[in-house]
Structures are given as structure tokens and as C-alpha cells.
Design a protein around this ligand. Structure first.
Ligand code: GUN
Length: 278
């Protein structure tokens, strides 16, 4: 079997084209969705992600502001900026790029973001709303993964979905979203015994372990949908897995572009909700 290659860039572009129209309509109602991205320090990978987020938001007609702060910024200074952004009428979404420098407590920063502007979906209230299935801003990478799976034509309900990895950013939330879609969900992690036995049962296999090449081809069930969240190198041994899978995401060009599309989608949603609520 030769797997269908899931083209995350093409799907991102389709989603962004739709959002561009939504933004045009919102502008006609007097609201331009706005995204504020905050970067503390000069980690090269983070800088690149932030640059991409700002570029894409401008391309689709969004208002965008980037706050680049030195690595010596204190927690209080960062919290003061978040307070300002929480109250800024032209900002509907706030994203603080992670990781933060060690002297800043990540939780304190995430907790400070107004839930209505939490376009990362990391605030505990957003996480709680997702858990109980209430309407909320969903975390971008997990939401992007669900979108990719759906666009392969896969009906998630009733499928066995196996998630490898249990991070707060990807593993845990994607497991919850798959459950919301009525999959039967297993979560594997570094202490899992006989992982191969479990992954080989997966109709949908999402790998977010952050361990390059962790999953060889013989861990994959023939015909499975395989989503590789590893970056910049995949967690799945691509050539081997592609020979077995029904559909597979490449790295790069699979999950990564979807994270941005979902961030833009969340910002438009936040703007729309703020317009509706006055
Ligand atoms: N760092 C790596 N991924 C992410 C993400 O999705 N959001 C934020 N804020 N920081 C990240």
C-alpha cells in the first residue's frame, strides 16, 4: 500500500482563504480581528514561529502586533503587558510564545490571559471547557490534527485512536478531542509496556513524543491514518510507515502549518464572539 500524503500546507492555505473572507465580512461590521504575539528572549526557533504567525495574520487582513521583549524581562513586566493587551479593544487574541525564560513562571503568565482572548487554548478555564465539551477556543495543534484526520475522509467515531505522548500542549488535549469525536482512545507514553502491541491496533495513530524516529513501520497497522507531530524531525520513520499506512503526514508540511491555521481561526472566532457580546 502507498499511503495518501496529507498535505498540511495545502489544507492550511484553504483554511486561510476562507478566513480571509470572514475577516473581510467582520471588517464591514466594523471589527478587524487582531492578534498580539509576545516573544520573550531570542530563541531562534521561537523567533521563526512568531515571525510566521505575524506574517500569515497580516496576509489574511488581520491586525497584528508583535511584542519582542529581552530575555531579562521580569515576570511583573510581562504580566503588565498582558494586562494591557487584555484591555486593548483592537486585540482579540493573545499568544505568548513558549517556552519562557526560566525565571518566569509559565503558569502565572498563562493564567493572566483573559479567557476570551486565549487563542492558544492553554488557560485552565479553556482546558476545563474543552474537557466537558463546552464551546471554547481549542488548542491549535490538537485542533489542527483533528482537522487533518477529518480531511482524509476518515470518520473518527468508533475508530481506535492511539496517541503517543502526554504533553499538556498536544498529547493530552488531542486524546480528549479524539474522545469528543467518539473514538476509542489509548494514550501511550514513556512508561508504557509493549507499546508496539498497542500502536499496531491504531486505526488513527497520533505521535507527539518529541523523539525523532521513535515509531518504525512495523508499529503501524496497515491502512492506518498516521499523524506525526514531531518537529523539526518526525517521530515516525516516514518511508517505512508510508509503505504501510493508509494516510500519513510528512515532516515538515504536515501538522506544523495547521497550527497556524487554527491560531488564525481562533482569533477570528474570538473577534466574532466579542462583537456578539458587545
Ligand atoms: N511553543 C511551541 N508550540 C507552541 C504553541 O502552540 N503556542 C505557544 N504559545 N508556544 C508554543
Amino acid at each position: 500500500m502507498t499511503a495518501q500524503i496529507i498535505n498540511g500546507r495545502a489544507i492550511r492555505d484553504e483554511i486561510l482563504a476562507g478566513l480571509k473572507q470572514d475577516i473581510e465580512e467582520l471588517k464591514q461590521q466594523g471589527v478587524q480581528p487582531g492578534l498580539a504575539v509576545v516573544l520573550v528572549g531570542d530563541d531562534p526557533a521561537s523567533k521563526q514561529y512568531v515571525g510566521m504567525k505575524a506574517k500569515k495574520s497580516k496576509e489574511i487582513g488581520m491586525y497584528s502586533e508583535v511584542h519582542t521583549l529581552p530575555s531579562t524581562t521580569s515576570q511583573d513586566e510581562l504580566l503588565a503587558l498582558i494586562d494591557k493587551l487584555n484591555n486593548a479593544h483592537n486585540v482579540h487574541g493573545i499568544l505568548v510564545q513558549l517556552p519562557l525564560p526560566a525565571h518566569i513562571e509559565e503558569k502565572a503568565v498563562i493564567d493572566a490571559i483573559r479567557v476570551e482572548k486565549d487563542v492558544d487554548g492553554f488557560h485552565p478555564v479553556s482546558v476545563g471547557n474543552m474537557m466537558i465539551g463546552d464551546d471554547c477556543l481549542l488548542p491549535c495543534t490538537p485542533a489542527g490534527i483533528i482537522e487533518l484526520i477529518k480531511r482524509t475522509g476518515t470518520d473518527i467515531a468508533g475508530k481506535h485512536a492511539v496517541v503517543v505522548g502526554r504533553s499538556n500542549i498536544v498529547g493530552k488535549p488531542v486524546a480528549l478531542l479524539l474522545l469528543r469525536e467518539n473514538a476509542t482512545v489509548s494514550v501511550c507514553h514513556s512508561k508504557t509496556a509493549n507499546m508496539k502491541e498497542i500502536t499496531r491496533q491504531a486505526d488513527i495513530l497520533v505521535v507527539a513524543a518529541g523523539r525523532p524516529g521513535l515509531i518504525p513501520g512495523d508499529y503501524v497497522k496497515p491502512g492506518a491514518v498516521v499523524i506525526d507531530v514531531g518537529t523539526p524531525v518526525g517521530d515516525v520513520q516516514y518511508e517505512e510507515a508510508a509503505a504501510v499506512a493508509g494516510a500519513i503526514t510528512p515532516v515538515p508540511g504536515g501538522v506544523g502549518p495547521m497550527t497556524i491555521a487554527m491560531l488564525m481561526s481562533n482569533t477570528v472566532k474570538a473577534a466574532r464572539q466579542m462583537l456578539a457580546n458587545g
